[in-house]
Design a protein around this ligand. Structure first.
Ligand code: PEP
Ligand code: MG
Length: 579
């Protein structure tokens, strides 16, 4: 019988398909003890499954491209490392060899033991690693299952399905999207999680927080995922199907209409020109940025070069990547961000400090780069050489205070002198900008502005530091909202300080490309938005409907709000009036 399950929209759209429940814990595990002569064979099964899981992760890495590949690749790397963890492997072997456990039972036992261990940790970051451990072990269990049950192998490749899960790891989502997955209904999770960001970039409709999904939906139920209204309809009726068909027709027309905007100027309804920049890091992003009519690259994340290999990337390797980016943008300005490792972005070469008690507040971003002047100078030389091929700006991440910018400038000066001595071509002076993502940098922005040529606000980090709330932690959903008044006041302060000093201010966090926040950012005075290139047409379209001066007029009311609920209500009221 038809029934509705409400959920929170994480990625808009609709999908009609068969439900596929993912509950790896449902796999029946054979608990009969092994006979002595079965042990070697079972160890082989176990290691084959581990190899399959490793290979799956490698394949995933090879398939992913684009700005979001960086996000997903971090998870893949973390999971790959876990799969090679000596302690985990030793523990599993012992369970089979000494405890006579079958492979599935051994994996389950280890999963329970490690989960309990992480669960008991005081540090919330380490506690959150429990999810990683479970996802990795579940991947191995699934691989084991595929060896023994051909049915499971088929499941992995079935198309036309909507995934129903408690939560889904970004790497799995990417893999399933490549296998024809239509959408995701998660019973937990947040709209700001990495998986939600990935779903938006892949164009997969997704609901999170659909509390009863796993108990009220069954395998093969026909399901209408309506991530426009925020509900999953189990056994949809004729009126639901009619609504879905109407949406499909609209989506085609909308797609054609948006395509026409690729060469249109970006202008608000009252005629203010806005700059739309791309967050790009691969040739595919650059190509998309060009076809969508981006005004340049507002954020080029250089970490990905350091996340791939165990060795540090050479100056030439970096130079070629940066030069190709500059050439690819055909004379439009490109903003290269210096290395932003640390916290959740661990490099393969081991630059990131190990054992920090609180890595998100530790040696990350420019703090880390300045600890390794030789590594940093290599990157700076590569940037300087690439900047001979077109307009380049340099952006410094995680700046807290002016001395960091001064130190970076000094390193640039020294690198210039060196290159000059080597008779290597040098570009004109490069603008140097600061990312504003640390609350201290935002509050004391006037001190930084004296040393920066431009600012780029990183709201992903700024929001989590202002609110002291990890954006991936769905237990904090009611706190981590970009509409929090404290965050709005900080944004308004930074944008205003930039305007008064005559220095450009862009915003390159996720909300820059989310049309739900376009009116808000215009109201706060933002004129430069940087986003995943796939969002450019949508934001251009939205801007054309908004009256910027009417929105600016309402800014004081927004800034006086006391709660994010009040901001949401006000925003709905004023965006309707300004649209
Ligand atoms: C940000 O923090 O908003 C940002 C753009 O940087 P990253 O997401 O790379 O940390
Ligand atoms: Mg950041």
């Amino acid at each position: 019988m038809r029934h509705l399950l409400p959920g929170t929209i994480a990625a808009r759209g609709m999908a009609l398909g068969r439900a596929r429940l993912v509950q790896p814990s449902r796999y029946a595990v054979d608990t009969r003890p092994l006979a002595d002569e079965e042990i070697e064979g079972e160890l082989e099964n176990l290691h084959r499954a581990l190899d399959m899981a490793r290979q799956e992760l490698r394949d995933l890495r090879g398939k992913l491209q684009g700005a979001l590949a960086r996000e997903v690749n971090e998870f893949i790397d973390a999971h790959s490392l876990l799969l090679d963890d000596a302690e985990l492997l030793r523990g599993l072997d012992e369970l089979v060899r000494v405890g006579h456990y079958r492979a599935g039972a051994a994996l389950k036992k280890q999963r329970e033991k490690l989960s309990a261990m992480f669960e008991a940790m005081d540090d919330p970051y380490l506690r959150s690693r429990k999810e990683d451990v479970e996802q990795v072990i579940n991947r191995v269990i699934a691989a084991l299952q595929r060896q023994t049950s051909p049915e499971e192998r088929k499941l992995a490749a079935r198309v036309g399905e909507i995934l129903i899960a408690d939560s889904i790891a970004p790497a799995d989502m990417a893999q399933l999207a490549g296998n024809g997955l239509l959408g995701v209904v998660a019973s937990s999770g947040s709209a700001y999680s990495h998986s939600a960001i990935l779903a938006r970039s892949l164009g997969l409709p997704m609901l999170v927080g659909t509390r009863d999904a796993l108990s009220h939906i069954h395998d093969d139920d026909l399901l209408l995922l309506d991530a426009e209204r925020g509900e999953a309809v189990v056994h949809p009726a004729a009126q639901d199907l009619a609504r879905y068909r109407a949406w499909q027709r609209e989506a085609v027309i909308e797609g054609r209409r948006l395509a026409l905007l690729a060469n249109a100027p970006t202008r608000t309804r009252d005629g203010l020109d806005i700059r739309l920049l791309a967050n790009a890091e691969s040739p595919a992003d650059v190509a998309l940025a060009r076809t969508r009519g981006a005004d340049g690259v507002g954020l080029y994340r250089t970490e990905f070069l350091f996340l791939r290999h165990k060795d540090l990337p050479s100056e030439d390797e970096q130079f070629i990547a940066y030069r190709d980016l500059v050439l690819g943008m055909g004379g439009l300005p490109v903003t290269i961000r210096t290395l932003d490792l640390g916290a959740d972005k661990a490099d393969a070469a081991g630059l990131v400090m190990q054992g920090e008690e609180n890595p998100a507040l530790g040696v990350r971003g420019v703090r880390l780069s300045l600890r390794y002047p030789a590594v940093f100078s290599t990157q700076i030389r590569a940037i300087l050489r690439a900047a001979c091929y077109g307009p380049v700006r340099v952006l410094v991440p995680m700046v807290t205070q002016p001395d960091e910018l001064i130190a970076v400038r000094t390193l640039f000066k020294l690198a210039r002198q060196e290159l000059k001595r080597e008779n290597i071509d040098l570009p004109e002076k490069l603008p140097l900008g600061a990312m504003i993502e640390v609350p201290a940098a935002a509050i004391n922005v006037r001190a930084l502005i004296e040393h920066a040529d431009f600012l780029a606000i990183g709201t992903n980090d700024l929001a989590q530091y202002v609110l002291a709330a990890d954006r991936g932690n769905d237990a904090l959903d009611n706190i981590y909202s970009p509409l929090q008044p404290a965050l709005l006041r900080v944004l308004s302060h930074v944008i205003g300080a930039g305007r008064r000093a005559g220095k450009p201010v862009s915003l390159c966090g996720e909300i820059g490309g989310d049309v739900n926040f376009t009116a808000l950012l215009l109201a706060l005075g933002l004129c430069e938005f940087s986003m995943h290139p796939g969002q450019i047409l949508l934001v251009r379209d939205r801007l054309a409907t908004l009256d910027r001066s009417a929105l600016r007029h309402h800014a004081p009311r927004l800034l006086r709000a006391h709660t994010h609920e009040q901001v949401a209500a006000l925003l709905a009221e004023i965006s309707d009036a300004a649209a």
